[in-house]
Design a protein around this ligand. Structure first.
Ligand code: NAD
Length: 260
């Protein structure tokens, strides 16, 4: 039980990678907040965790809305008596060539990925500092925090930006025993990726099978998808690491797609 008695606020935890992290954290003794835009799905996930004997709270939040983030974090901290871990994970994908990207879609992507990371960090840090026990802040980056792909200008820009934010939070958080790190997964078969396969096939003029083989998994060492559990194991390591030796870092988990 590496997270006994800890409370984790996990955004985008009603689906995919965030859901897997929530499940693993609960198995390691944590209380988890399933914070998601989709309130019904967040409540359902929390109910399923509770039915299996875990402690979970489902809250509705748009991570790009300052007032909603502050209210959701406050309600969660009051419910569980503090916040020890933030996993800033909520995200979406929109793909277009740069010359066709609408400004509205660019703003939406930057807002969810970067504003969301800042707003949740600020809100959770206040409770970590007030609690006096430090904390662990984990950002869901991507291989696209280190590499680029066609059609993904705002995603790549935002995911690179998370590494900068993480480094500042690692420096500022140190005096409060707060660590910050980024996880950089390769492709994981979640709804976010399943939606992209036909979109990329259309935009690139190739088959869906070729999107998987020749675009998504081309640079891996073994042609394999990363799994949500692979990512959750790294999230557990970052959450439970005992000292500030591990802060300000970004770790790639991608079957060797990126080795940076
Ligand atoms: P997913 O679509 O399965 O889950 C994303 C969740 O975020 C959903 O439950 C959705 O409702 C929620 N969400 C979306 N917008 C939100 C908002 N404004 N406020 C709060 N919640 C919101 O996606 P996933 O694949 O699990 O992705 C999770 C994170 O992992 C994202 O940041 C994504 O960029 C990153 N990532 C995914 C992959 C991959 O291949 N799936 C690879 C690298 C990084």
């Amino acid at each position: 039980m590496l997270l006994n008695g800890k409370t984790a606020f996990i955004t985008g935890a009603a689906s995919g990678i965030g859901r897997e992290i929530a499940n693993l954290y609960v198995r390691q003794g944590a209380n988890v907040v399933i914070a998601d835009l989709n309130l019904d799905a967040a409540r359902q996930a929390a109910d399923e965790i509770a039915a299996a004997g875990g402690q979970a709270l489902g809250v509705g939040v748009d991570v790009s809305d300052e007032a909603q983030v502050d209210a959701a974090v406050q309600a969660s901290a009051e419910h569980f008596g503090g916040i020890d871990i933030l996993v800033s994970n909520a995200g979406i994908q929109i793909v277009h060539p740069v010359q066709d990207f609408s400004y509205a879609d660019w703003r939406k992507m930057i807002s969810i990925h970067l504003d969301g990371a800042f707003l949740t960090t600020r809100a959770c840090m206040k409770y970590m500092i007030a609690g006096g026990k430090g904390g662990s802040i984990i950002y869901m980056g991507s291989v696209h925090s280190k590499e680029a792909s066609k059609l993904k200008a705002p995603y790549v820009a935002a995911k690179h930006g998370l590494i900068g934010l993480c480094k500042v939070v690692a420096k500022e958080g140190a005096e409060y025993n707060i660590r910050a790190n980024v996880i950089c997964p390769g492709f994981v078969r979640t709804p976010l990726v399943d939606k992209q396969i036909p979109e990329q096939a259309l935009a690139l003029g190739i088959s869906e099978a070729d999107v998987v083989k020749k675009v998504m998994l081309k640079e891996t060492v073994d042609g394999e998808f990363t799994t949500a559990d692979d990512v959750a194991q790294v999230a557990l390591m970052f959450a439970s690491f005992p000292t500030k030796a591990l802060t300000g870092q970004s770790m790639v988990v991608s079957h060797g797609w990126s080795m940076q």
